[in-house]
Design a protein around this ligand. Structure first.
Ligand code: B12
Ligand code: SF4
Length: 501
């Protein structure tokens, strides 16, 4: 896979890969209406393929989140276009390309990129124009253009309608960039094109885009801009009310990076949410703890839980990660403040920064336990294209692979500094194990008030983990393994590797 950006061609790449021919004009298919097929490529992390217990808890839904990106694309196509959405994450077999549409649009996060390119190549071979969009093609448009006729960078609202109109007129360009029309409003998705019975989360609601912070590992500022962009509050309220009327939905996920990044705007949103009497969860930065009025409005609007990107309880690591807007020593106090408003906190930590060894990973777990976090996750640092760490690791020759399937937060794709690759993987699994033991769950969640759903979720994760290790006959990972004289053997055994010699 090519990671060295190339200059885009002045002309569109052709579906057949032949740079001499023209992009097929959709109207040449004969029908007056045109048809767009939108495809969500398969990704292991979007499909529920867990032990039976988790399958039961998720009511046998096959998909985790409905593809909100494609429902938004469908909402912004110009008049004269019919749209269908194909989600490979809920189908029994992989999508087969058929030339029965005028244009195909494919969206991809990095973990979906490889499959997105395979599907795009199949359609190009059938001479069907392909538009690639989403986070990964936006970060590496030159790579994506090797598989597509057109790449849309950033928001579909500001790119897709222009691309389709230009295609119709036979004047399509290879690249459409949302920054050319930056004030285009955030659209309301067409959820009617998808089946609610297929998804665990059918009603994600996006309220904002962009982020002014500069975390070195995060794609958001690079792709969606360093300015918060807020959606029309009336549109958010309408989308929620409609979901309630049509599907009886009362619990929502706000699919944002930082739902209350702009306190004044968030305050207004929460006030307008109060009369709806819904419950919701989202992601946020820890600076909300400075604002008691905001926290009260949040609670009263139905907020039940927030994911906070904490990354590390160590200042040196926070500095390295670019997360310098709050000092580590203020974390506990701020978390307790948010919890005092009956809002549960899920913490997200990242393992593998250059400043960290396994002891720092263990310290993050102890911190999460001390802070009574109801859930937490420990992804391995992943240098996503478009981020500062990607450029740094590439410059330093530390990128081990650009197989995008491996950019999943569970694989080490770069050379760490203070840990071996195996130590880093072992630290991640030890963290999940030790954080989710029933004893740890009881200490964090306490007996009263009974947080039934949190207990169930903690138990399901622990059960999934122990099932995984017992099925493979491997010992459960623990941080104490690192301190044993035969640490290397223990780690290798737990990772399922043969120890040399
Ligand atoms: C909800 C969420 C999840 C959910 C569901 C994800 C899903 N869609 O299946 C869950 C919890 C499962 C999840 C998991 C992960 N996530 Co996540 N997630 C999010 C979050 C917060 C919101 C996603 C969303 O709904 N966005 C709203 C939609 C509308 O935005 P969008 O997809 O970008 O689409 C817009 C444009 O990109 C474009 N577009 C998109 N597709 C197309 C297609 C065409 C044809 C066109 C023209 C345009 C276009 O138009 C859309 C509308 O403007 C984002 C943050 C974010 N800002 O998006 C992170 C984010 C997408 N996740 C991220 C990551 C890293 C992960 C994980 C790898 C984490 C982990 N270690 O496990 C996994 C991987 C999951 C997988 N599928 O492989 C990163 C992605 C980085 C990258 N380069 O891919 C993000 C950006 C977070 C971040 N700030 O870094 N995630
Ligand atoms: S990690 Fe969160 S706070 Fe940091 S830049 Fe990304 S969205 Fe903003």
């Amino acid at each position: 896979m090519n990671i060295v950006p190339q200059m885009p061609n002045a002309e569109c790449r052709m579906p057949s890969g032949n740079p001499q021919s023209e992009i097929r004009n959709p109207q040449s298919s004969g029908s007056s209406r045109r048809k767009l097929r939108l495809i969500n490529p398969h990704s292991a992390l979007s499909t529920i393929t867990m032990p039976e217990i988790i399958r039961k808890m998720t009511f046998s839904r096959r998909g985790l989140f409905m593809p909100l990106n494609l429902a938004i694309c469908a909402a912004v196509v110009p008049d004269g276009w019919d749209v269908e959405i194909v989600d490979e994450n809920i189908t029994d077999s992989p999508h087969e390309a058929v030339a029965d549409v005028d244009v195909v649009g494919i969206g991809a996060m990095t973990t979906q990129a490889k499959r997105a390119y395979e599907i795009a190549d199949q359609y190009r071979a059938l001479d069907v124009p392909v538009i690639l969009g989403g986070i990964h093609p936006s970060a590496l448009p030159d790579e994506a253009l090797q598989h597509a006729s057109i790449v849309c960078k950033g928001d579909a609202e500001a790119t897709l309608p222009r691309a389709l109109r230009d295609l119709d007129a036979g004047q399509a360009k290879p690249l459409y960039d949302w920054t050319e029309v930056p004030e285009t409003p955030i659209a309301t998705p067409r959820k009617d094109l998808l089946d609610p019975a297929e998804y665990l989360v059918f009603n994600p609601i996006q309220t904002t885009r962009g982020c002014p912070h500069s975390c070195t590992f995060c794609t958001t500022p690079a792709i969606f801009g360093k300015r918060f962009r807020q959606r029309e509050i009336g549109d958010i309220i309408d989308e929620i009310s409609e979901a309630y009327e049509r599907f009886g939905s009362k619990v929502f996920i706000f699919s944002d990076d930082n739902v209350a990044g702009n306190h004044a705007w968030a305050m207004e949103l929460f006030e307008r949410l109060k009369p709806l009497k819904v419950r919701w969860a989202s992601q946020c930065d820890i600076l909300i703890a400075n604002n008691d009025r905001l926290l009260a409005a949040m609670r009263d609007s139905g907020c039940i839980g927030l994911i906070l990107g904490l990354e590390s309880p160590k200042n040196e690591t926070l500095a390295e990660s670019g997360k310098q807007y709050a000092k580590a020593e203020t974390y506990i106090e701020r978390i307790k403040k948010i919890q005092s408003y009956s809002i549960s906190i899920w913490g997200s930590f990242i393992f593998g920064f250059d400043s960290d060894d396994w002891r720092d990973c263990a310290a993050a777990v102890r911190f999460a336990q001390r802070a009574d976090l109801c859930m937490s996750c420990y992804p391995i640092l992943t240098p996503y294209p478009g981020t500062v760490v990607f450029d740094q690791f590439r410059r330093e020759g530390r990128l081990l692979t650009t197989d995008w399937d491996k950019y999943n937060g569970a694989t080490v794709v770069f050379l760490p500094v203070k840990m071996t690759i195996d130590q880093l993987r072992h630290a991640q699994m030890a963290a999940f194990h030790e954080f989710y033991t029933p004893r740890s769950a009881i200490k964090r969640l306490k007996a009263l008030p009974l947080k039934k759903n949190s207990y169930l979720a903690n138990f399901a994760i622990y059960r999934g983990l122990t099932y995984y290790y017992s099925k493979r006959g491997r010992p459960l990972p623990r941080f104490s393994d690192f301190a044993e004289p035969d640490a290397e053997q223990r780690i290798a055994r737990s990772l399922g590797e043969k120890f040399p010699g």
